[in-house]
Structure formats: structure tokens, C-alpha cells
Design a protein around this ligand. Structure first.
Ligand SMILES: [Zn+2]
Length: 251
């Protein structure tokens, strides 16, 4: 049985119409930024790596703390994390990978193919990128630190990744067995609870059908609706219990 922590490392304000698909409301919304830790197995497993100071400054992030600092505050040394699962290669999930020098990064084949392929150059996609972080994929791969996977995969007994796509070409989510039941870490397959509960997509997409099917997958995998952990929703801090500021115990 695993324990799961959500570690918050920043915040950014935007509006509902900027974010949700075909949304008319100009209501202000706040995105929280998280990485997640899965503990209780033979070694700690990290899900996503956040970003560094360059993106925090460039993108107007409030209350930024290095994700590696949050991991250490949670009692885990970065040198002790051999596996980091990467939901997708957007800056806020991948550009922090240099903070985790001992990790092998597990990424879906479709995700790597997309960002090294034809469509990355267009601003609709490139705006979500830290190109320097993306360019490090090749040296890391030749240093045996990238594991390219396809589809569903067991990471450890009771801990799996599932490719859902939708928001990006090879987006993957995590299911993990805990004492409370199966927790699903959606990352950006559901930025907010509103996405997965109302089936309202996000604007940033590579495939709308895959995004909708991803909501089905999340709901099917989770042991209960209460065990879904949305990727950027401030409600995570209300639905689950903060052990201390920024460290939220999911299960
Ligand atoms: Zn994100």
C-alpha cells in the first residue's frame, strides 16, 4: 500500500474563458502547480518535475518554491528518487527535471514523437514549452535516463501509468493503490475537477475525443470520486488534508 502526497510549488491567475473550452465567463480562476510523491514502495516515485526560476519569472507565477525543495520538505532526498514518471512535456511538468539528477524519466512514446515532430513549431503548441528543457531529452536518452513507454504500464505492483492523450499527444496519468482505495493522479488530463466532473474540456488540446475518453478512464480507474486528484485545482487543498503548508496528504 502506498502513500501519496501532492506538493504545491506555485500559483497563477487566469480567467475561465482563457482556460475552459468555449467558456464565456470572465470569472477569475487560480491554477495551483503541483508535483506528486508516491511513497511506501521499495523507493520513492515522483510524478512530474515542475519547472525552475526562469519559467516562474517569465510566466508570472506567484509563491514559487523549487519543486525539489518541496520534495525535501516532505522528507525525501532527491538523490533517493530513481524513477520519475512524466505526465507530459509541457514546461510546468518537465522543465524541472534537472532538479532530480538521480531519476530515470518515464515518458510516453507519443509525447516524445509529438514534440520532436511537425507541429511543435506552431505557437498554439510552442507557447507551452521550455525549449531548452525539451532539447535535453536527447542527451538524457543517450545517458540511459529516459525510458520511453507505450500505453499502460506497471511501474511497481499496485502503481501504474495509463496513456490517455487529449491535452497532449502522449499524456499519461497514474493510478496507485492506497489504504483508502485506488487514487488517480490526473495531472493535466483534468486540470480542474470541473473538467472531469462536467466533461468540460480545457482549451489546450491535441485531440478532443481523447480528452473526453480520458475523463471516462479517470472515472473508471478511481476507487471513488473522492480519490481523484486534479492536476491544477486549488480545491485539492480543500478536498484533502494539508500536513503542512503546501504538503497535502492524499492517502
Ligand atoms: Zn500543467
Amino acid at each position: 500500500m502506498y502513500e501519496v502526497l501532492a506538493l504545491k510549488y506555485g500559483e497563477r491567475d487566469t480567467t475561465a474563458c482563457q482556460f475552459f473550452y468555449r467558456e464565456a465567463s470572465h470569472e477569475k480562476i487560480t491554477l495551483d502547480y503541483f508535483v506528486w510523491l508516491i511513497l511506501g514502495g521499495p523507493y520513492p516515485v515522483l510524478f512530474d518535475t515542475g519547472f525552475q526560476e526562469d519559467d516562474a519569472e517569465k510566466r508570472g507565477i506567484r509563491n514559487y518554491v523549487r519543486p525539489s525543495v518541496m520534495v525535501e520538505r516532505a522528507g525525501v532526498k532527491v538523490a533517493d528518487i530513481p524513477v520519475a514518471l512524466i505526465s507530459h512535456l509541457h514546461y510546468d511538468h518537465w522543465a524541472g527535471h534537472r532538479l532530480f539528477p538521480a531519476s530515470e524519466f518515464w515518458i510516453q512514446r507519443d509525447e516524445v514523437a509529438f514534440w520532436t515532430g511537425r507541429f511543435g513549431r506552431y505557437e498554439a503548441f510552442s507557447a507551452s514549452q521550455n525549449v531548452d528543457a525539451l532539447a535535453n531529452l536527447t542527451p538524457l536518452n543517450y545517458a540511459n535516463r529516459i525510458r520511453i513507454i507505450e500505453g499502460e504500464r506497471e511501474v511497481l505492483p499496485g502503481l501504474r501509468v495509463h496513456r490517455v492523450g487529449g491535452h497532449t499527444a502522449g499524456l499519461q496519468i497514474v493510478s496507485v493503490e492506497t489504504a483508502r482505495g485506488t487514487v488517480v493522479l490526473t495531472s493535466d488530463a483534468a486540470h480542474f475537477y470541473r473538467n472531469v466532473e462536467r466533461y468540460q474540456p480545457t482549451q489546450i488540446i491535441t485531440s478532443l475525443p481523447e480528452m473526453l475518453a480520458g475523463f471516462d478512464t479517470i472515472n473508471a480507474l478511481a476507487g471513488s470520486k473522492d480519490l481523484i486528484v486534479a492536476g491544477h485545482d486549488p480545491q485539492v487543498s480543500e478536498r484533502f488534508k494539508a500536513a503542512e503548508p503546501g504538503i497535502i496528504k492524499i492517502a
